[in-house]
Design a binder for this molecule. Structure first.
Ligand code: NDP
Ligand code: GDR
Length: 373
């Protein structure tokens, strides 16, 4: 049978899990690279896992790491992918200030390692390459909204590493004729988003606060503006980019932006909590002004449930990002289908479900620990 073969780095992450689902639905054989970890780290893909003993299994995992050249080359030689999606990365901007060298190794040189493996194995004409580029490349924005031609001005070790990855992808396309493209993706979220990114941190904390499991959410810069979309819409576009006749780079965004503060209000509202913000800078707080006691039994009017903690400020901040997805719409017919309001609703509902289970356990005397950064 002649089915397409895809290899995904970062398959255990948010995007990797949605992309793997999409490709399996499309009939691909999907291979993924997962890191060795002392605990299972496959929660996001357990529902699509196939026992390797099953004949003709279409979903296969390989141990690997973007810092390990020989391992990546061996996996590529074994899998011989038609499409290679490089989604693996140390993807947290704030963490990249703490671990800049590691971030550069994984996010910048890791990309080079994959492109070199394609070349070394003579797969230039076979393997199409997708690079997970980012709106963080625009950093200190030079133009509003940002499109494919907007100059870059990265503002973190993460963004600088991703800038190398962006250009090495372009360079290998131009130098060796590899079908390689960059998706310049603006922030995208989902119930599977990592718990330390701001949207998920907010929806998870609001759910826990609503159920009386924690008292307060601590945030950094609440003025930051982001163009937030849904990961499901964005992985569809990753696949579409590799199906064109010619490789090109595309901005993927919704074209709308809201602030972190607005996302907090939206999430609280989803849980039946109305908030009023007061104070400025590090003294800003959010107080409950109305509450539906059925949906948020753990909260009362007058409670202060959001505060600022300067610990979450970054050495250099990206204040505002707003994408222009016109090229993606024009050339590929791509438009996002899920609004930020719908996405927020889905995330809060999912986190409330977990919080309710935890509250029930607590009520019956079981110890419940709510992991936080
Ligand atoms: P996640 O952080 O959810 O997933 C990152 C993945 O990379 C995980 O599977 C992780 O493994 C893996 N990984 C981390 N370090 C290594 C390593 N050294 N070797 C191999 N794998 C590694 O990110 P997202 O799914 O949100 O994002 C996917 C990609 O898109 C990333 O490259 C990110 O930088 C980029 N991006 C994301 C955007 C977003 O808003 N989500 C926007 C623009 C770009 P493990 O599970 O073991 O930690
Ligand atoms: P970002 O996402 O840095 O845009 O990178 P994140 O959700 O971490 O931050 C968005 C904005 O919110 C502000 N913020 C906080 N952020 C976090 N994480 N925690 C807080 O407590 C907090 N308070 C305020 C941040 O300062 C920032 O301005 C994401 C990642 O997925 C990258 O991999 C990807 O490339 C970009 O999106 C596009």
């Amino acid at each position: 049978m002649n089915r397409k073969v895809a290899l995904i780095t970062g398959i255990t992450g948010q995007d990797g899990s949605y992309l793997a689902e999409l490709l399996l639905e499309k009939g691909y054989e999907v291979h993924g690279i997962k890191r060795r970890s002392s605990l299972f780290n496959t929660e996001r893909i357990d529902h699509i896992y196939e026992d390797p003993h099953i004949e003709n299994a279409r979903f296969k995992l390989h141990y690997g790491d973007l810092t390990d050249t020989s391992n990546l080359t061996r996996i590529l030689r074994e899998v011989q992918p038609d499409e290679l999606y490089n989604l693996g990365a140390q993807s947290h901007v704030a963490v990249s200030f703490e671990a800049p060298e590691y971030t550069a190794d994984v996010d910048a040189i890791g990309t080079l390692r994959l492109l070199e493996a394609i070349r070394f194995l003579g797969l230039e004409k076979k393997t199409r390459f997708y690079q997970a580029s980012t709106s963080e490349l625009y950093g200190l924005v030079q133009e509003i909204p940002q499109k494919e031609t907007t100059p870059f001005y990265p503002r973190s070790p993460y963004a600088v590493a991703k800038m190398y990855a962006y250009w090495i992808t372009v360079n290998y396309r131009e130098s060796y004729g590899i079908y390689a493209c960059n998706g310049i993706l603006f922030n995208h979220e989902s119930p599977r988003r990592g718990e330390t990114f701001v949207t998920r941190k907010i929806t998870r904390a609001i759910a826990n606060i609503a159920m009386g499991l924690e008292p307060c959410l601590y945030l950094g810069n609440m003025d930051a503006l982001r163009d937030w979309g849904h990961a499901k819409d964005y992985v569809r576009m990753q696949w579409m980019m590799l199906q064109q006749d010619q490789p090109e780079d595309f901005v993927i965004a919704t074209g709308k932006q809201i602030s972190v503060r607005e996302f907090v209000c939206m999430s609280a509202q989803e849980a039946g909590i109305t908030l009023a913000f007061s104070g400025e800078g590090v003294d800003e707080i959010a107080t409950v002004t109305a509450v539906n006691s059925e949906t948020a039994p753990g909260v009362s009017v007058g409670d202060v449930i959001v505060k600022v903690d300067p610990r979450y400020f970054r050495p250099a901040e990206v204040e505002t990002l707003l994408g222009d997805p016109a090229k993606a719409k024009e050339k590929l017919g791509w438009v996002p289908e899920i609004t930020v309001e719908e996405m927020c609703g889905e995330m809060v509902a999912s986190d409330l479900q977990v919080a309710k289970q935890h509250a029930l356990l607590k009520e019956h005397g079981y110890k419940v620990s709510v992991a936080k950064e």
